[in-house]
Design a binder for this molecule. Structure first.
Ligand SMILES: Nc1ncnc2c1ncn2[C@@H]1O[C@H](COP(=O)(O)OP(=O)(O)OP(=O)(O)O)[C@@H](O)[C@H]1O
Length: 580
């Protein structure tokens, strides 16, 4: 089956849906409080002008109460709006990170690889932060916008002609701004692409740090031609985007300067508009100046947040989701069942569109309790076969069956719960993660000693005291983690490659037999031909196909016999699992 996913349709509406209901309520609360604060400020404007123009109010006590009320409302609503915005920012950072992390963990492995891990890191860090900053900027726009709106209404009460003039100037500013923001958002999107490339280079920098330190020529080329180029692209594109945004946003200042010019050079025009018009106009302009500038400063942040939100949404939506089984997977077995590959075929897509590596079609059957070694040369498809076995890669055609049941898309996560695996590039967590029950902890402590890790680390409060280990030690710790998972199937990809002879012996002659004695089906990818004779069966891959073993490979023990399809099998009695 293929994992083709529909192209995402990124839109602000879809993007806002990313916010959980609690965050959306907070956003609404912040906006409403912002509008109330802005309204109260505009009310104050009317109040102050009335006091200036008309002098002593008819009811001074009511006037003082009204003034204090408006001040308090403006203050408390403003504070409430900003605190809600702050909480929203922190919550949206938290929620977006978890949302994307969950989607990443539930996306097919191949899809993640095709996205590029550096792109995912860029999204988890830069995009999420830009969205959070935009959340913080949003209430500012509403608070300041409503102050500006209040001032406009106030000018309207003074004179219709003055309101029209103000609206004309404002419209002029907005028109320039919208023209500018289209171009600006284009630059910001391009900058976002450069950000992805930069994160790719950061990954090369951290993972290839040793290689870069060792060779000055390579280091200089990396810094100048790779990292330098992407950092420069990001700089120039962001600068262009922000500059256009700033120019566009500040075009609204035309309004302020033109309005001030009116007071200075056309006082007659204001006098014609009415007796209160000159004071009211001046006050309104003074009131409107701050909000316009604040909105102008917030808009680039909002623009960048919008670009990031669209990117996050596009990335999140483009990650197809597997049904996850968080509790009690129905397919998980207590003991291994029969595992079958029926015509299983997998093809990697090559980056240049050329035909990639093809594994299969494979027809294989793993009996319960069997110890099978998969052997073959570099690049012959052993790891690919293991990933298919584990349900991490999907067959392009053919079927994988467990106890006769075909594993479909919905069962994949449940199916995977039957396996414990140690991969060739084993990653180790610094805690037992979900296996901190007393029995698992006791077993882990015992294994730390058996795997000779006790000189290096211990388990304290469910955490390993260190994971700064040699490659061999790390693989041993990964073996420990797999061992305590106690799954019916075990897969080891070149576990012994980094081990010294003593631990190779322990692995092949102690750990594997112990797992086998517990009734596990064990599949081991190995190049250790000295230990091939310990397997119940050898399965040789060559160029993605199961091939017969060379005739020169006589069965290593007298009771071994050659099976027809590239496998070497022991007698049935030897493959039978021992009692647990
Ligand atoms: N993600 C991928 N995209 C495209 N091709 C890949 C990918 N992963 C592996 N391949 C190709 O598939 C082929 C089989 O790789 P695989 O890792 O399964 O081989 P292997 O037998 O495990 O090799 P080794 O003994 O070196 O570990 C190789 O030619 C490899 O280049």
């Amino acid at each position: 089956m293929t994992d083709a996913s529909p192209r995402p349709r990124a839109s602000l509406r879809n993007a806002l849906k990313l916010l959980p209901p609690a965050s959306r309520r907070m956003l609404t609360g912040s906006v409403v409080a912002g509008l109330a604060a802005g309204g109260a400020s505009a009310g104050l404007l009317t109040f102050i002008n009335a006091a200036l123009v008309k002098g002593q109010a008819a009811n001074p006590a009511a006037a003082v109460a009204g003034f204090i009320g408006l001040c308090l409302l403006s203050l408390t609503a403003g504070v409430a709006s900003e605190i809600l915005a702050l909480r929203l920012t922190q919550r949206s950072l938290h929620d977006l990170r978890l949302w994307l992390s969950r989607r990443i963990l539930r996306a097919p492995l191949q899809k993640l690889a095709s996205h590029g891990l550096h792109r995912l890191t860029a999204a988890l860090t830069d995009d999420v932060a830009s969205v959070a900053h935009a959340h913080q900027a949003l209430p500012v726009v509403f608070i300041e916008g409503s102050v500006a709106l209040g001032a406009l209404i106030y000018v309207g009460t003074l004179s219709g002609a003055l309101l029209l003039l103000l609206l004309f100037l404002l419209g002029l500013g907005l028109g320039v701004f919208f023209l500018a923001q289209r171009r600006s958002l284009r630059w910001m999107r391009l900058a976002r692409e450069a950000d992805d490339a930069l994160f790719g280079n950061f990954r090369a920098l951290t993972e290839g740090c040793k290689e870069l330190k060792m060779d000055a020529r390579r280091r200089a080329a990396f810094l100048e031609d790779e990292l330098g180029v992407s950092a420069d692209l990001l700089r120039t594109r962001n600068t262009a985007g922000f500059t256009i945004f700033i120019l566009g946003a500040h075009a609204s200042q035309i309004l302020i300067y033109a309005a001030i010019g009116l007071v200075l050079f056309a006082p007659q025009f204001l006098a014609n508009a009415g007796a209160d018009a000159a004071t009211g106009w001046t006050l309104a302009i003074l009131f409107i100046m701050g909000p316009i500038m604040a909105i102008a400063n917030s808009l680039p942040v909002l623009g960048q947040g919008f670009v990031a939100l669209r990117n996050l949404e596009a990335l999140g939506v483009s990650l197809p989701q597997e049904p996850a089984t968080d509790a009690g997977p129905p397919l998980a077995l207590k003991r291994p069942g029969v595992l079958e590959f029926a015509g299983v075929k997998h093809r990697y897509r090559a980056a240049d569109g050329e035909q990639g590596f093809v594994l299969g079609p494979l027809d294989v059957r793993f009996e319960p309790g069997e110890l099978v070694f998969i052997i073959g040369g570099n690049g012959d498809g052993k790891t690919t076969m293991a990933l298919l076995l584990l349900g991490l890669l999907y067959p392009e055609s053919g079927e994988i069956r467990l106890n006769g049941e075909t594993i479909g898309e919905d069962e994949r996560d449940a199916y995977r719960q039957n396996f414990a695996a140690v991969f060739a590039d084993a990653f180790v967590f610094d805690s037992l993660l979900g296996y901190d029950d007393p029995q698992s902890v006791a077993q882990a402590r015992k294994l730390i000693v058996e795997l000779d890790l006790n000189h290096k680390l211990s388990l304290e409060d469910g955490r390993f005291t260190t994971t700064d280990l040699s490659r061999g030690q790390r693989k041993r710790l990964a073996l420990l983690a797999a061992y305590i998972e106690d799954r019916p199937f075990y897969v080891f990809d070149e576990w012994a490659a980094e081990q010294d002879p003593v631990f190779r012996e322990i692995f092949y002659k102690d750990m594997l037999p112990r797992l086998k004695a517990r009734g596990k089906t064990i599949i081991v990818i190995t190049h250790d031909d000295r230990h091939y004779h310990l397997a119940d069966r050898l399965l040789r891959l060559e160029a993605g196909k199961i091939e017969p073993l060379p005739s020169s490979w006589a069965a290593p023990a007298s009771d071994d016999r050659q099976s027809p399809a590239g496998t070497m099998r022991k007698t049935a009695s030897q493959t039978r699992p021992a009692a647990r």
